[in-house]
Design a protein around this ligand. Structure first.
Ligand SMILES: Nc1nc2c([nH]c(=O)n2[C@H]2C[C@H](O)[C@@H](COP(=O)(O)OP(=O)(O)OP(=O)(O)O)O2)c(=O)[nH]1
Length: 144
């Protein structure tokens, strides 16, 4: 049996306290995901915590430091199922240092208004992300 690939992603918002915009990122690779939108992030490396991996990925990909907020709970400790081999945990995050730039893995970043579900869901997200995006919109509309 192959082990699960642990992925982490960030729902970067303009404000953890009162989020109104989400930063979506458009992937450049691999071919099956190129042009699709996603949560910036990536795979957790060996001997790295999920949170440390997320800070590392956001520094590499966007050139920013962030404060992490709450996890977007999936009901599963490994996170949201992406496919038969991978699951992703997602945290809210707010930029504390820097301005997000598409430095690696993305060719466009876009702040989308969380008040407009149609605009957010209208982006061609990686299909596995759609349930996550819907849960995010629900969570922002009705904070815990
Ligand atoms: N980062 C990210 N990956 C996602 C999302 N949705 C989704 O299905 N994935 C998949 C795509 C990839 O198969 C996997 C994450 O891999 P990645 O390529 O981002 O990881 P990485 O930066 O560590 O890249 P590498 O070292 O393997 O090159 O999870 C998402 O919203 N964000």
């Amino acid at each position: 049996m192959t082990s699960l690939i642990n992925v982490v992603g960030a729902a970067v918002v303009d404000s953890l306290e009162a989020p109104t915009r989400l930063l979506a990122a458009r992937r450049t690779a691999p071919p099956q995901f190129a042009g699709m939108w996603e949560f910036p992030g990536g795979k957790v490396e060996a001997a790295e915590t999920a949170e440390a991996a997320l800070h590392r990925e956001l520094a590499e990909e966007l050139g920013v430091q962030v404060q992490l907020g709450a996890e977007l709970e999936s009901g599963n400790p490994v996170g949201w199922t992406l496919n038969e081999r991978a699951a992703m945990r997602v945290w809210f995050a707010e930029v504390t240092v820097g301005e997000p730039q598409p430095l690696e893995d993305h060719d466009e970043l876009r702040w989308v208004p969380l008040t407009d579900d149609h605009q957010v869901l209208g982006l061609p997200w990686i299909p596995a992300d759609l349930p996550i995006v819907r849960a995010l919109l629900d969570r922002v509309a009705a904070p815990a």
